[in-house]
Ligand binder design. Sequence first.
Ligand code: GZL
Length: 321
Amino acid sequence: MKRILKGVATAGILALALTGITAGSSSAASKKLIVVGFAQTGSESGWRAANTLSMKAAFSKANGFKLIFNAADNKPEAQIAAVHSFINQRVNAIVIAAVVETGWDNVLKEAKAAKIPVFLEDRTISSAPSLYATWLGDNFLKEGTTAGLWAKQMVGTTPTNMVVIEGTTGSAPAIDRATGFNAAIKGSPIVTLDSQTGNFTRAGGKTVMEGFLQKYPKKIQLLFAQNDDMGLGALDAIKAAGLIPGKDIKIVTIDGTHDGLTALSQGEFNYVVECNPLLGAGVASLVKAVLAGKSVPKANTALDGAFDQAQATAALPTRKY
Ligand code: GZL
């Protein structure tokens, strides 16, 4: 996490507190639509699908917006090209869910020169905060810490070999979740045998886990997958190797998607840390506030929980994503 987080607010509270112009306010319909360019990472995971749905629902015509949506297939250069295009189209505001932290300075300076405010949703970037209006997302460092603390207490004093399937290399969640997790397990008998990126996808998780199982036969007792989807992909590899996930290999993941909580409820995962993707309403309120000349916190954090098996089973019937 590249900046000190100020103001802890859920997206919901933010949507109500910031502007008083709630999504769907009647005056919005009679006003000129706010044209917003949204540069999404791609469609790599169940979390991302829920985030995209949330953003499209919030940036609707009924809420006073015209949304120009671009999904960059997790290609940083394609995402930057999309932002250039939004600037050329002279949109009123730009929202970015950045694939990776770096490489943003030039295009953000171009947006600033064009007087188009930029809003970060989901992932943070390493550019100076003066180059964007605000960020709304989840605390990845805390998610990693929560997962690591669970792993540390779970192993107790038992020497444990762990493998890690990382998210997209250079992305804020991959960097910060690893930092939080590794700090939390310090002093524990957990040994990290290997750590590789699965790019936040199920296919990536399966391929990486297959490699780990070949390289470390019968030596792996714990898997930390930095999102549910890579953990779900790893399940296929673990079962194909004749092992029982959740028993032979304990699994901790991050996101809290429906499929992740289902695997936890069925005992195939052992612990899941939540990362709330329903950020659309909060981001839409921030856009309206800034365009209305109001000041907003530079960082706005969604609150996340964590689940054991019983909590997952209880949460599933009413889960929104
Ligand atoms: C986290 C988000 C990550 C999720 C993945 O906020 O950026 O990207 O953990 C998603 O599932 O692909």
